[in-house]
Design a protein around this ligand. Structure first.
Ligand code: ADP
Ligand code: MG
Length: 402
């Protein structure tokens, strides 16, 4: 029998009605003859009673002092969610077993809060499936060498799902969420965003790394290693969603062969920092940032100035550090990175001209820009971010089918 892994995100398991919609997808898979492994996230989003962020807010103003304990707390959201989901499945007459990360055989590194999966021993899951059960696995968690609970970082349930699919040699992994699939832009910003029917692992990885939060890029990379197809789809409909496969598989269908731009993404807030070389007197700002674990981006080093960006949360700290070197940095807070992402941007003439034109037409100031073979980034003021995303989406006619 073939195995199907089905992952349901937080908004897909937030209420009894939604869980029943999710279970319809499980039942379709069963009727198609699949053995089903379900991976669940914590229920709901920030503010909902059992969401991960809500659990974390219990620690507000408290110095827990133990990353290990914090992971125990954070893993509770999935524990609750899995048990409640299993109960709903039993209510529909199914035989179910709930497994936590460790029981599911997921071994991780011991970096609490951001652990990496090192190995999966799938024997327990396989024997439960052989016994005719649906296996419900708590997403986002594993255990380290000492048997301590670890969590996998933001989007960790996506990683649980694709890693299990690889370990179980599954036919496919379905990522169920609250949108119809992977779109040409975040549908919360661009009304005209269009669902992509098929994309390659590389395209969606690029999109995800540039800020499209619909699936975690690490999860995509894991599936890519063993060529396990991913389908991103909506819990609330039977729409087939977006199929993510290798380039060869996509080319065989010849549906997207000519697409050079996949979509537009955004990341915010970021802070832009600029310092005169003269004031730095040869001191290395990047070494200083690294020392304080501040990640830098958009780096441009000129004879006159050094300019770069840092995540918004690190902006103040970065500026202080530079003042500590005796220099007076120019700091622009609350910026946003807007990116046009594709597989074939490299060497296509006129793209930058089009970007500059479309942003200028909307009176959007480009603070900085950069490009790679897959992506062109523009740094803009935060309040102009949404306008910029919409302008680029329109300029490249991403709303019309390829
Ligand atoms: P889940 O809780 O199911 O994991 P997420 O919030 O992680 O859901 O991901 C789904 C959300 O991703 C959507 O609601 C949508 O707003 C957002 N999103 C951002 N960019 C894109 C995109 N390019 N295509 C689809 N969704 C996107
Ligand atoms: Mg998610």
């Amino acid at each position: 029998m073939q195995i199907l892994v089905q992952k349901f995100g937080g908004t897909s398991v937030a209420s009894h009605e939604l869980r029943l919609a999710a279970i319809r997808h499980v039942e379709v898979a069963l009727s198609e003859g699949y053995q089903v492994v379900v991976v669940v996230s914590a229920m709901g989003r920030k503010g909902d009673p059992y969401a991960t962020d809500t659990l974390l807010s219990l620690l507000q103003g408290v110095d827990l002092g133990s990353p290990r304990d914090k992971d125990i707390l954070m893993s509770c959201g999935e524990t609750i969610s899995a048990v409640v989901f299993a109960a709903a499945l039993r209510g529909r007459g199914h035989d179910v077993v709930v497994l936590n990360g460790g029981q599911a055989g997921i071994s991780t590194s011991d970096r609490f809060g951001d652990a990496r999966i090192l190995e999966i021993r799938p024997q327990r899951i396989l024997s439960e499936l052989e016994n005719g059960r649906i296996v419900v696995v708590m997403g986002f968690q594993g255990v380290n060498e000492d048997g301590d609970v670890t969590t996998l970082g933001r989007g960790g349930s996506d990683t649980t799902a694709t890693a299990l699919a690889v370990a179980l040699n599954a036919q496919r992994v379905d990522i169920f969420t609250d949108v119809d699939g992977i779109m040409t832009a975040d549908p919360r910003i661009v009304d005209e965003a269009r669902k992509l029917k098929r994309v390659t692992y590389t395209e969606i990885c690029n999109l995800a790394y540039q800020g499209a939060k619909v699936i975690h890029p690490r999860a995509v990379e894991i599936a890519m290693q063993k060529n396990v197809p991913i389908r991103v789809r909506s819990t609330q409909s039977m729409d087939e969603g977006t199929l993510v496969t290798s380039a060869t598989a996509v080319l065989e269908t010849a549906t997207v062969a000519d697409r050079f731009l996949t979509g537009v993404t955004q990341t915010a807030p970021v802070t832009q920092i600029s310092v005169h070389q003269e004031e730095l007197r040869g001191q290395n700002v990047f070494a200083l940032m690294a020392e304080h674990a501040i990640s830098v981006d958009f780096i441009s080093v000129g004879t006159d100035r050094v300019t770069y960006t840092v995540p918004g949360k690190d902006g103040q700290k970065a500026a202080e550090l530079i003042r500590g070197l005796g220099a007076g940095p120019q700091v622009v807070e609350n910026c946003a990175k807007v990116a046009a992402v594709g597989a074939g941007i490299a060497g296509v003439p006129g793209i930058m001209a089009k970007i500059v034109d479309s942003l200028r037409k909307e009176d959007i100031e480009i603070l900085q820009s950069a490009d790679s073979h897959t992506t062109i980034w523009c740094l803009v003021h935060g309040e102009q971010m949404e306008k910029a995303v919409r302008a680029l989406h329109q300029a490249f006619e991403l709303d019309s089918p390829v």
